[in-house]
Structures are given as structure tokens and as C-alpha cells.
Design a protein around this ligand. Structure first.
Ligand SMILES: Nc1ncnc2c1ncn2[C@@H]1O[C@H](COP(=O)(O)OP(=O)(O)O)[C@@H](O)[C@H]1O
Ligand SMILES: [Mg+2]
Length: 465
């Protein structure tokens, strides 16, 4: 028996089956369409989240393990950065306030008239704090605010480090070119201190001083800042044994490769040989040379190389280091002023090593490690000088006697704190905007006359062998 509903008829059965198939097909097509629409929507959502219209370029991983894949770590870092940026943006943006007036400071005493400004000790009337006030000398500005004044402010603002003088603010006087830097006050500069001391620093104290200068300089160089006027009068010390690099009047940013720069930088006695020989491409090595000169001065309390003019300076340098040769300083002959150098025909090879070791007789109290550091810093070839970072790792600082802890550093009466300082009779940094003179170095080895004093080569005898 069959059901009355049964489609026994094979023809009817075929029709029903066909209807069923079409219905199934439609159902599947509808599901597929829905799926495609869902996918599209999801893609649009992703694109929005990535801030782009196309599909995300990077597949997102779900693993949270930062070591699982460097892409993951990178992604997490970017996400973190984006997060912190968006958090930062929620804060109100800082505003440029007007500069305060210099009348907010009571001037106590004049400290020093330098090449580009004068400095006085002053009291911040609102807080009672003692500060140093430096008036920028801006008169050499043909077109309003001079770029060099801006550089001093900008580089100082950028150079926040425990061994760099702290610029608190910039204040104005009544005229547009009355611009003052307000800095933390420090009792001494190293030049005045050395002048006033009866005995030179102890070796342990020299290390403490040098480590701080070089530490500050390493930071400056890492920030692409060359100081270009390192000397003892630009190094400040307070009575807590802390040293601060100051006077950014010559400082500037440098690039890699270095741009063409003026050679008229760095006070003569601290000026590197490549500058004296007219190099217009130079780098941080010029600051390292100055550190070598400062090192020498710390040992004896006297500036190491006191040339009377550029030619005499080169002469004094070669008297200490021996003349360069193509082995110790390849390519020095190509420097503009090297063409006029006439070397003695019997030029003996300098002492062994590259850079050659300086004569021990000039630094009798220095250890071998100290002499090796000094010889590196005063290498004629800039490429042979150690970087600030390398100096900090030098064995000289690790051997006994160890650097004296800062808090054990002796204190000295401060001239700057009480009275006008004695003016140092030392050369100053070159004036800005000057043309570098063409120099005739024929007289460096005591031969033909050169320079403008007629004393060129005086006292110089070439050390042979
Ligand atoms: N922050 C300071 N605290 C105490 N004395 C300072 C300070 N800044 C500078 N001086 C003194 O003033 C002198 C000149 O300042 P500096 O910035 O070197 O100007 P210049 O460009 O005129 O050489 C320094 O040698 C130092 O004796
Ligand atoms: Mg100075």
C-alpha cells in the first residue's frame, strides 16, 4: 500500500526533485552572497583601522610573545608608539610665552668680559636664586638677529646634560638686541682656578675633571653638536666638584658627511692642526685636539701650546709632535696651507707607533697610559684621535690613582662670587664673519720668514729621532 500523498508517478517524482534542486541552489546562492557581503564589510573595517583604503599590508598576528617573531615585536612597538602619541595629543599644546625682562634680575657683580658677551652674577628677584647672566653681543649682525646668537641658544637648549651649563631662560632688555642668557651660576672657570692654585691638580683630580669634560663632550657629539671653542676658560666648576662645559658661542650642528665650514674657529692655542692648515671639512676631532691641550694644561697649570700667531702655533705643534709624514697623516699635503710647508731635508722618522708617542720628557709625571691617551688626542692626523666615547674607556681612567670622587674635590674661594675677575691675557676665539687669512707656512721649520711678527719659528728646534 502506498500513501495517498506519495508521488508514485515517476514523472511527478522527477518534477518534485527538480523543484527541490532549484530551491537548494537558490538557498546556496543566497548564503554565498551574504558571506561575500560580510567579508566586504570586515575588509572595510580593517582598512579603517589601518588608516588606509586597501587591505592591511601587514598580517596581524595574534601571538603576544614579542620574541615569537620580529614583525610582532615591531608591530607591538608601533602600536605602543601610536598609543603614546595619541595620549600625548590629548594634552594641551604648550604655548610660546613672552620672554621675561632682565629687570627681574638684580645684578650683583660683573664676572667677565669675554669675546662675545659679558657675564655677571645676578639674583632672580622672584625666587632669590643666584644665576649667571650673559648678555649676547649681537652688534655684528647685518640682518637683525644674528644666526650665531640663535645657534648659541639653540645648541644650549638642546644640550641638557649634567656636564653642560644649564640654560634656564632667555630674557630681553629694552632694545631688540638686548638678549641675555640666564644660566646656573658656577663659582669658577677652570682657567681662573688654575691661575689661582699654588699647585697643579693631583692626578686623581685631573681624571675627575677630564672625565667630566669628555662625558659632556661625548653627549654633545652624540647630539651632532661640535663645540668648537673648548678651552679652560669655557669650562666652569662649582664647589661641589662638578664641571660644566659652557660658552656655546662657536658651537654648531654638523652633518655626515660634514659640510664646508669655516676654519676660523677655536682659540689659537687649542686649535687643531687641520684647521691651521686650512681644512674646510672637519669634524668632532677638532674638539678632541682641544681636550689634549686642556689635558696638558691641567698637568702643568700652563697652556700647552702658546703660539704667537697661526704660523708660530703650527711650529709649536710640530716641535711637540714631530712633523707629519705621509704615513702618520696621509693626505695632509692636500690641505690648502700645507703647500707652503717646507720640511727639513733630513726628516727622520718619528717615534714608533701610529699615532707616534709624544716625547716622555715633555710629560715626566704622566704614566704610560696617560701618555698614550695624550698622544692619541694630540695626533696630527684627525683620524688617529680617539672619539670622546673611546676616551672614556681608556685604561688611564681605570688605573691607579682612581678619579677622585666629586664630593672629595677640594673647594676654592670664588672670585666670580665676590669681585670682578682678573682678565686673562689669553687669545680669544676668532671673530665671527671674518675671512680665513691665506697663510704662508714656509717659515715653520725656522727657514724663510712667515707670519707677521718676524718671530716665526722662534725657539723651535726640530726634534730628530
Ligand atoms: N654660568 C656661569 N657661571 C659663572 N661664571 C660664568 C658662567 N658663564 C660664564 N661665566 C664666566 O664668564 C666668562 C665668559 O663667559 P663665556 O660664556 O665664555 O663668554 P664669552 O663668549 O664672552 O667667552 C667665562 O669664562 C666664565 O668665567
Ligand atoms: Mg668664553
Amino acid at each position: 500500500m502506498s500513501s495517498r500523498w506519495a508521488n508514485d508517478d515517476p514523472e511527478t517524482e522527477a518534477i518534485v526533485a527538480e523543484q527541490k534542486r532549484v530551491k537548494e541552489q537558490k538557498k546556496r546562492a543566497k548564503a554565498e552572497k551574504q558571506r561575500l557581503e560580510e567579508a566586504k564589510k570586515a575588509q572595510a573595517r580593517d582598512a579603517n583601522a589601518n588608516g588606509e583604503l586597501g587591505p592591511p599590508t601587514k598580517r596581524r598576528r595574534l601571538s603576544n610573545d614579542p620574541d615569537a617573531h620580529s614583525d610582532d615585536a615591531e608591530l607591538l612597538k608601533i602600536e605602543k608608539e601610536q598609543k603614546s602619541q595619541s595620549t600625548l595629543l590629548r594634552f594641551p599644546v604648550g604655548e610660546w610665552g613672552p620672554c621675561r625682562h632682565v629687570d627681574n634680575f638684580e645684578r650683583l657683580n660683573h664676572i667677565e668680559e669675554g669675546s662675545y658677551g659679558w657675564v655677571s652674577r645676578a639674583r632672580d628677584i622672584s625666587t632669590g636664586e643666584i644665576v649667571a647672566l650673559k648678555k649676547l653681543k649681537l652688534e655684528n649682525s647685518p640682518d637683525g638677529f644674528p644666526v650665531t646668537g640663535l645657534r648659541e641658544i639653540q645648541t644650549l637648549l638642546e644640550a641638557r646634560h649634567q656636564n653642560v651649563v644649564y640654560l634656564r631662560e632667555v630674557v630681553m632688555g629694552n632694545k631688540m638686541d638686548d638678549v641675555f642668557l640666564v644660566m646656573d651660576f658656577h663659582e669658577h672657570d677652570l682657567k681662573a682656578l688654575l691661575d689661582e692654585m699654588r699647585e697643579p691638580f693631583l692626578p686623581s683630580e685631573i681624571k675627575t675633571v677630564l672625565l667630566q669634560v669628555i662625558g659632556g663632550l661625548e653627549f654633545l657629539h652624540s647630539q651632532w653638536i661640535m663645540h668648537r671653542d673648548l678651552k679652560t676658560s669655557n669650562l666652569l666648576m662649582n664647589n661641589r666638584g662638578e664641571l660644566k662645559i659652557a660658552d656655546f658661542g662657536m658651537a654648531r650642528y654638523f652633518g655626515d658627511p660634514p659640510p664646508k665650514l669655516t676654519q676660523l674657529v677655536v682659540t689659537l692655542w687649542y686649535r687643531a692642526p687641520e684647521l691651521l692648515l686650512g681644512a674646510d671639512k672637519y669634524g668632532t676631532e677638532i674638539d678632541m685636539w682641544s681636550i689634549g691641550c686642556i689635558f696638558g694644561e691641567l698637568l702643568t697649570k700652563e697652556p700647552l701650546l702658546q703660539g704667537k700667531n697661526e704660523v708660530d702655533q703650527v711650529s709649536k705643534i710640530f716641535a711637540l709632535t714631530g712633523p707629519p709624514n705621509s704615513e702618520t697623516w696621509p693626505g695632509f699635503r692636500l690641505l690648502p696651507n700645507a703647500k707652503s710647508l717646507r720640511f727639513p731635508s733630513t726628516s727622520a722618522p718619528s717615534s714608533a707607533g701610529n699615532p707616534p708617542l709624544l716625547p716622555r720628557s715633555r710629560f715626566p709625571y704622566l704614566t704610560n697610559a696617560g701618555l698614550s691617551l695624550m698622544s692619541g688626542l694630540l695626533a696630527l692626523n684627525p683620524a688617529s684621535r680617539p672619539t670622546a666615547k673611546q676616551c672614556l674607556d681608556h685604561k688611564y681612567f681605570k688605573e691607579d690613582p682612581r678619579p677622585k670622587p666629586r664630593e672629595m674635590f677640594p673647594t676654592f674661594p670664588s672670585k666670580a662670587g665676590m669681585e670682578k675677575r682678573r682678565r686673562h691675557h689669553t687669545p680669544e676665539a676668532p671673530k665671527r664673519g671674518q675671512e680665513a687669512p691665506e697663510l704662508d707656512f714656509a717659515g715653520v721649520f725656522g727657514g724663510a720668514p712667515g707670519g707677521d711678527t718676524g718671530e716665526v719659528g722662534a725657539g723651535f728646534s726640530l726634534r730628530l729621532g
